[in-house]
Design a protein around this ligand. Structure first.
Ligand SMILES: Cc1cc2nc3c(=O)[nH]c(=O)nc-3n(C[C@H](O)[C@H](O)[C@H](O)COP(=O)(O)OP(=O)(O)OC[C@H]3O[C@@H](n4cnc5c(N)ncnc54)[C@H](O)[C@@H]3O)c2cc1C
Ligand SMILES: Cc1cc2nc3c(=O)[nH]c(=O)nc-3n(C[C@H](O)[C@H](O)[C@H](O)COP(=O)(O)O)c2cc1C
Length: 556
């Protein structure tokens, strides 16, 4: 039987989530679908496929996610004939963030290559943007509408309906199982690290709470400067409590030992340390803190047995209800737990298996390692995200809040992975620009003791958030140039300090120095690039970007 192939390339699970939801949508349209991680797929069969949907995120600085790199290398082979994908219909959805300079590069490159290899494109690539007011849905919804229309026209799937068939009952991807049996869980490389200390590094009166957190690393491979620690956070207790109250499950059900079984052979089971009981899943597996997406309202409406609430949920999930949804959820930064509370009749006593379709899994977060390589410990410099919205309680970032509350002896599931930076040999000088927590990878580099160069650091004030100010003077060969934005009437940022030191920068660049920029993906990387262009010219910038002479590790 002909089926659709859905391939995803994902770093932190969003593309995987969308790929699996497209698989579910196929099922509701009477189409069989296979959903694979791109590098899991047997590429030798690709020429026999009829329709392939690719859903890929961009990571690093315009890079392919790790789980599609093998396939990408093969697709790039010069030996492939230009018509090798003739007759294969493809559509590409990219996930990206326009605050990165190489916006959605992975999807754009993949689309171009598929086209070069003769694939028939069903529609132009959808480019989802984290910065869009509606998030990923802003591009995902119109893209999939177009895809279904074009797939229907192909007439390959005789049973296919253009819209989901309301007569088909949704089959949850997973189900809870309370008996004995073999376990099959994903081993995604995360290990528990124990907290040694968690110290505030901003002054007490300062608005920003930034933490230096030290973890013990028993028998874990060491790391290099520039590496990143991926952290799996849990929901905060107050958010968990709101959800537990809304869902109304008994303690007996919440604490009954359980396991998760797959209903769909193509989806991966979650890591076992996130499961065990329903309560543990609500604490560790599902994101109760994120702003609910449109699919949340769609699925809660599907399971709701309350007429009035069902109607309201459907309204919020409909294309006409877009502004209403933005106002209700996005502009107020309402959490998933608070939304469950707002729909009490629908949330109360939901079948636990339905939560797999209504809620989404918590995404791990990346943090640049802030300590010099060590076989026994690793440090992170974490700025706690906290802000106000029109909701009465403060809004909090999930992972930074989780980390900021850790106590000595607590355990956190983490994994080390390479970051974007490729630092040169120690004899090559470096020019580093790292305002705020962007200084983390440079503390790792210079703490190593061998690299030399300039470090431009930016913060609000010398006595409020000048991280590691007492450490730098002891490091030989490194000059730290701070820019304090609130200590004088005129705001001074790193780019101003760079202009003042243009002659030194030029001298170092001409001696072969490399430039590294880390921190907020907002205005800073652009402002710094402008100064470097003023100093060395556009040609130099272009070449430096291509050859790794200038590298960025920025985040939004
Ligand atoms: C490679 C890499 C390295 C990183 N290194 C570090 C590091 O060393 N230190 C560090 O602290 N972080 C670092 N980060 C960022 C980190 O991964 C998290 O993104 C950050 O801690 C926030 O995550 P969170 O879970 O607390 O917030 P989330 O729950 O993910 O919420 C963040 C979201 O909140 C919203 N938001 C934030 N502030 C406001 C506001 N004022 N108004 C409205 N909305 C707002 C934004 O939409 C933002 O996307 C790094 C990121 C990457 C990719
Ligand atoms: C470390 C990191 C690097 C990123 N780099 C880029 C980038 O260069 N260009 C871009 O458009 N988006 C970039 N993004 C945004 C992601 O592509 C986007 O958040 C996407 O939804 C993540 O999907 P995933 O969870 O499937 O990996 C980056 C995100 C992270 C966490």
């Amino acid at each position: 039987m002909t089926s659709i192939l859905i391939l995803y390339g994902s770093e932190t699970g969003t593309a995987q989530d969308l790929a699996e939801s497209m698989g579910r949508e196929c099922y509701l349209r009477h189409i069989t679908a296979r959903v694979y991680d791109m590098d899991e797929y047997e590429l030798g069969c690709i020429t026999t496929e009829k329709v392939i949907l690719f859903i890929v995120s961009t990571t690093g600085q315009g890079e392919m996610p790790p789980n599609m790199r093998r396939m990408w290398r093969i697709l790039l082979r010069k030996s492939l004939k230009p018509d090798v994908l003739k007759g294969v219909h493809v559509a590409v959805l990219g996930l990206g963030d326009s605050s990165y300079q190489k916006y959605n590069f992975a999807a754009k490159k993949l689309y171009r290559r598929l086209f070069q290899l003769g694939a028939v494109t069903l529609t132009i690539p959808g480019l989802a943007n984290d910065q869009h007011e509606l998030g990923i849905d802003g591009a995902f919804i119109p893209w999939k509408k177009e895809v279904w229309k074009e797939v229907k026209k192909l007439d390959i799937f005789p049973e296919m309906t253009l819209d989901p068939d309301p007569a088909i009952k949704i089959r949850t991807r997973y189900r809870f199982f309370y008996g004995e049996g073999a376990e099959r869980y994903q081993d995604d490389g995360y290990v528990p690290l124990k907290v040694i200390s968690n110290r505030r590094v901003t002054s007490e009166g300062h608005f920003q709470d930034t933490r230096l957190i030290d973890f013990e690393m028993p028998s874990y491979p060491s790391y290099k400067p520039g590496d990143v620690l991926m952290v799996r956070p849990y929901n905060p207790t107050e958010t968990l409590q709101i959800a537990l109250d809304a869902l109304g499950y008994s303690d007996e059900l919440l604490d009954r030992p359980t396991r998760i079984l797959n209903n769909d052979p193509y989806v991966k089971p979650p890591p076992c340390f996130l499961v065990g009981t329903l309560r543990k899943c609500l604490e560790r597996l599902w994101d109760l803190q994120q702003i609910p997406k449109r699919s949340f309202f769609e699925m809660l409406a599907y399971y709701s047995r309350d007429r009035a609430e069902k109607e309201r949920l459907k309204e919020l999930a409909s294309p006409e209800g877009l502004d209403d949804l933005l106002d209700y959820a996005n502009r107020s930064r309402r959490t998933t737990a608070e939304t469950l509370r707002d729909f009490p009749a629908s949330a109360k006593n939901l079948p636990p298996d339905a939560l797999f379709e209504i809620l989404t899994f918590i995404r791990p977060r990346a943090f640049s390692i802030a300590s010099a390589p060590s076989p026994s410990h690793v440090e992170l410099l974490v700025a706690k995200v906290e802000y106000k919205s029109r909701m009465s309680d403060a809004r909090r970032g999930l992972c930074s809040t989780f980390l900021s509350r850790l106590k000595e002896g607590d355990e956190v599931y983490c994994k080390i992975r390479p970051g974007t930076f490729r630092f040169p040999d120690p004899e090559v000088p470096v020019i580093c620009i790292g305002p705020g927590t962007g200084v983390a990878p440079f503390r790792s580099l210079f703490g190593h003791g061998s690299s030399k160069g300039l470090l431009f650091f930016g913060c609000r004030g010398e006595h409020s958030d000048f991280y590691f100010s007492d450490e730098w003077k002891d490091i030989e060969g490194v000059e730290v140039i701070p820019a304090f934005s609130r200590d004088t009437e005129k705001k001074i940022y790193v780019q101003h300090k760079m202009r003042e030191r243009a002659a030194d920068i030029k001298r170092l660049l001409e001696a072969g120095a490399s430039v590294f920029i880390a921190g907020s993906a907002g205005e800073m990387p652009k402002a710094v690039s402008e100064v470097l262009t003023e100093i060395q010219g556009e040609e130099w910038m272009k070449k430096a970007e291509e050859t790794g002479g200038i590298q960025f590790e920025t985040w939004s």
